[in-house]
Design a protein. Structure first.
Length: 298
């Protein structure tokens, strides 16, 4: 009795793949284009951050080289970086302070001799337990968490006023595309309006709001935000130091008076703390930088 033999076709050679494997589908091409666009946006954002910070750092380097007779700008940069790390502040913040603060007297052992020490502000309104008031990231994070708790969401960000624009300093629950796009803000957004008016601003429905251009609206909606609320950070002298914004996955109908009052209290608490941080921690960093520079000459 003969055997039944089934002919099994051999697999096509590697260089003869089906057309579906040789050419990407329209969906794959679209995804590749989106990935490429995202990479380009990240590169542009990083270049913008560097472009904004570099002139301030270069100016501070020149001041330090001349003042302390350092070998070169690299030596000055090393001192700036060391002092900023020890104070746990951004290097560009310290560089800006170097440029705007009158220098120490020739031969002085202290940069700001006899300066007034200001008491540490009360941070209990942030409802975060014991905080290290000198740690900028810790305090900003606690304030953001407080705002998100009051407004009932898990998306939000903190922006600080620097050189007339709002710079992203802390965020939670937001995409990289969002934080890159809003790394610096000086346009017509809810956060910019809150800072300019020194009052809370609510956007109940991003999709229909006239307060955004098409690209800004697209970035916000793509991040999953359908509504937002911005709270200015105001000190005891009514100076605006930044904005905290909450973002919401559904349109807003508004907040209760109790919620608005809690947000106002958080605003004043953090605004007063930012003022204290600038007059205390940042100036302490300048003193540390001065000592590091003097020591480097010995």
């Amino acid at each position: 009795m003969g055997e039944n033999v089934t002919n099994i076709p051999s697999a096509p050679p590697p260089d003869h793949q089906p057309p579906s494997q040789l050419f990407p589908s329209p969906e794959d091409e679209t995804e590749q284009l989106r990935a490429t666009a995202e990479q380009l946006r990240e590169q542009v954002s990083e270049l913008e951050i560097q472009a904004r910070a570099r002139p301030r750092i270069a100016l501070a380097e020149g001041i330090l080289v001349e003042r302390y007779r350092l070998a070169d700008e690299q030596a000055a940069f090393t001192l700036l970086r060391q002092a900023s790390q020890r104070a746990n502040i951004k290097l560009h913040q310290l560089a800006s302070a170097v440029a705007r603060t009158p220098g120490p007297a020739p031969g002085a052992k202290a940069w700001l001799s006899g300066r007034t020490r200001h008491p540490m502000p009360d941070l209990t309104a942030l409802a975060a337990g014991t905080l290290n008031a000198a740690n900028q990231g810790e305090v900003l994070g606690a304030a953001l968490h407080r705002v998100l708790t009051v407004t009932g969401t898990d998306m939000g960000n903190v922006q600080l006023v620097e050189d007339g624009v709002l710079r992203m300093a802390k965020h939670a629950g937001l995409s990289r595309q969002f934080t890159d796009y809003f790394a610096f803000v000086d346009g017509n957004t809810s956060c910019a309006r809150a800072a300019a008016a020194s009052s809370q601003v609510t956007v109940k429905e991003v999709a229909s709001s006239a307060g955004f251009d098409d690209e800004t609206r697209r970035v916000i909606l793509t991040a999953g935000s359908r509504a937002c609320h911005s709270v200015p950070l105001v000190d005891d002298q009514d100076t605006v130091h930044g904005v905290i914004s909450s973002h919401h996955s559904r349109p807003l109908i508004g907040f209760t008076q109790a919620q608005l009052q809690a947000l106002h209290t958080t605003s004043r608490t953090l605004g007063t703390w930012i003022k204290w941080h600038q007059r205390t921690v940042l100036l302490d960093a300048l003193e540390d930088l001065h000592q590091l520079a003097l020591d480097s000459r010995q």
